[in-house]
Write a protein that binds this ligand. Structure first.
Ligand code: PGA
Length: 239
């Protein structure tokens, strides 16, 4: 399992359903990884093997894993298959999976356990919708997501949490810096066992706001979608 303690910040590129072979080649030629930070590229699974692992701070992550371990589940990839292919991280519970693929807290819990058992670090995504925020339900929603989707065997060495307000993903909107710091603090304090967890922020992170976000005392890195598709922009974020 990757030793997260070695890194001051963690940056994850979430390419979603984007990329092709020539994009990948160009990206890796231009990517400049900073060795103080842990940089993880979550490309579509079929491209993960093409990641050039010529830098010990560069890792690959899957965007999803099956909740099943093996068997007659057409189209699925298991945690042990990811391990077999040297994948060290995997996103789970991303809001797009929750919204379009009916991923529930219970499924996130099962997937996270299966990953940890295979020494893969789950990046467990949580976040409130705009409607929930406007009703002042953020803290309640997040604590339910945390309680129901993070398995007991998770700890700050083998799992990461990503706070991604659903309304901030791909919209150009972000919470204020104070709000981000405060929510991260609430996440770390909702139970003593989360105190030392690394909590990443995601949702419209770009080079113009990444510095101020990563400098917040409770923020341990960022999960970046759209801006991670532009390698120059991503280089600036991780530099
Ligand atoms: P965004 O996406 O950076 O494009 O807002 C973040 C994510 O979906 O992880």
């Amino acid at each position: 399992m990757v030793n997260l303690d070695k890194y001051s910040s963690i940056f994850i590129a979430n390419w979603k359903l984007n990329g092709n072979s020539s994009f990948l080649k160009d990206y890796y030629e231009k990517l400049k990884v900073n060795s103080n930070n842990c940089t993880i590229i979550c490309s579509p699974s079929i491209y993960l093997k093409s990641l050039k692992r010529n830098n010990e701070s560069l890792f690959c992550g899957a965007q999803d894993v099956s909740s099943y371990k093996e068997g007659a589940y057409t189209g699925e990839l298991s945690a042990s298959m990811l391990r077999d292919n040297n994948i060290d991280f995997c996103l789970v519970g991303h809001s797009e999976r929750r919204q379009y693929f009916a991923e529930t807290n219970n499924i996130v819990h099962i997937k996270s356990s299966n990953l940890i058992e295979k020494n893969i670090i789950p990046v467990i995504c949580i976040g409130e919708t705009l409607e929930q925020k406007e009703k002042n339900l953020t803290e309640e929603i997040l604590s339910t997501q945390i309680k129901d989707s993070i398995p007991n065997l998770a700890n700050h060495h083998n799992a990461l949490i990503a706070y991604e307000p659903v309304w901030a993903i791909g919209t150009g909107l972000t919470p204020t810096l104070d709000e981000i710091n405060q929510v991260h603090e609430q996440i770390k304090n909702c139970d003593t066992k989360f105190r030392n967890f690394r909590v990443l922020y995601g949702g419209s992170v770009k080079s113009s706001n990444s510095n101020e976000i990563t400098e917040l005392s409770q923020v341990d890195g960022c999960l970046i979608g759209g801006a991670s598709l532009k390698v120059d922009e991503f280089n600036t974020i991780i530099s």
